[in-house]
Design a protein around this ligand. Structure first.
Ligand SMILES: [Mg+2]
Length: 362
């Protein structure tokens, strides 16, 4: 690497099948059984998707974001559980606390996943000791396993954490990025979804090595300018910093109705419940929010959103619920509704004054 930047050491810590593992931890009789956390399968007629599933469930081909009805058909005798977000948030806070103990710079990407900048230690061997210590401490304090990837960039650390799941620890030292990445399938690169990997496959590109060896101009011809980033990532080049106070962070909840509905009061009640749930999640993580977005998907899949930003960070969810009602009221028409959701973004950990409803600008 002829990188003029000072050497960086980045850990990517990712809990193993987090929701399902927490459920097994809560109820040890589930151990070894296929556990699926997500929507109610309703005997195969349920709507909504799988949030997380245990490794035993994965052996039936079940995975996150799969329709719950399909998961049920693949494994009707699995244990299907509704998500207990409050519990997951509590456990998540303990894990993030452990991570913050080891680095000033922690970027929490989701409830069970974070990057740590470890560039302050003497080198990769010392960082490896820290990584081992984190795995042991997380296991002792929560009973859960995590997988850690360690590398000089975020993208390689992330791919490495996924390499030996579950309970993995994969270290890619500087200079070995390309040889590590080359044989892996292209879809292991974050950001390459099924569509892109199918399109790459049509061009004869199966592995990250194939992708790295394509002339970047050819890639731009296929995918547009975004291909430059893609090409860099395929070679393990990623200058993104660990963002310790990421204002782009958000949390959200959404509910798919059993049947498309035009029951306004029912829709409003669902919004209230989601706002309450988000309030608990904010509180558990010590966050306040700046922007509230309401989403509605109508029969026929047309989706609309409306957002408001408050002048000062807030965690007043009672006012937020009133506001969410108002926003959705502006979007509803005579059509039936399939799904509603609320997203809170611009999250920050800081002391906040109470924000009054009049502070919202809609
Ligand atoms: Mg995970």
């Amino acid at each position: 690497m002829n990188d003029p930047e000072p050497r960086r050491i980045i850990l990517h810590v990712d809990m193993d099948s987090f929701y399902a593992s927490v459920e097994v931890r809560k109820n040890p009789s589930l151990k070894g059984r296929p556990v699926v956390v997500g929507a109610d399968p309703k005997g195969g007629r349920g709507r909504g998707v799988v949030s997380t599933c245990s490794y035993e469930a994965r052996s039936y081909g079940i995975h996150s974001a799969m329709p719950i009805s399909e998961a049920y058909n693949r494994c009707p005798h699995a244990v299907f559980l509704p998500p207990d977000y409050l519990l997951y948030n509590t456990v998540s806070s303990r894990i993030m606390g452990i991570l913050h103990y080891h680095s000033q710079r922690v970027e929490q990407v989701s409830i069970d996943e974070a990057y740590l900048d470890m560039s302050h230690v003497s080198g990769f061997p010392e960082a490896l000791e820290v990584a081992r210590h984190i795995k042991t401490t997380v296991l002792e304090e929560t009973g859960l396993t995590c997988s850690i990837g360690m590398a000089a960039s975020k993208v390689v650390a992330k791919i490495a954490s996924d390499y030996e799941k579950p309970d993995g620890l994969t270290v890619i030292i500087p200079g070995e990025e390309e040889s590590f990445l080359a044989p892996l399938p292209v879809y292991t690169v974050p950001g390459i979804g099924r569509k892109t990997s199918e399109e790459l496959s049509r061009h004869g590109i199966q592995t990250i090595g194939d992708l790295a060896s394509v002339d970047v101009q050819v890639l731009i011809g296929w995918f547009g300018r975004g291909a430059v980033t893609l090409h860099h990532l395929a070679r393990g080049i990623d200058g993104r910093e660990v963002e310790c106070c990421d204002s782009s962070k958000s949390i959200s909840r959404e509910v798919t109705f059993e049947e498309d509905t035009d029951d306004r009061e029912g829709i409003m009640n669902v919004l209230d419940r989601m706002a309450g749930d988000l309030g608990q999640a904010l509180k558990a993580e010590g966050y306040s929010f700046r922007t509230l977005t309401v989403k509605v998907r109508f029969q026929g899949f047309e989706t609309r959103t409306k957002a408001v930003t408050v002048p000062r960070p807030s965690r007043n969810m009672r006012d937020a619920a009133v506001l969410a009602r108002r926003l959705i009221g502006q979007m509803l028409d005579e059509r039936r509704v399939r799904l509603v959701g609320i997203r809170l973004s611009g999250l920050a950990r800081q002391d906040t004054r109470q924000t009054a409803l009049s502070d919202f600008t809609s």
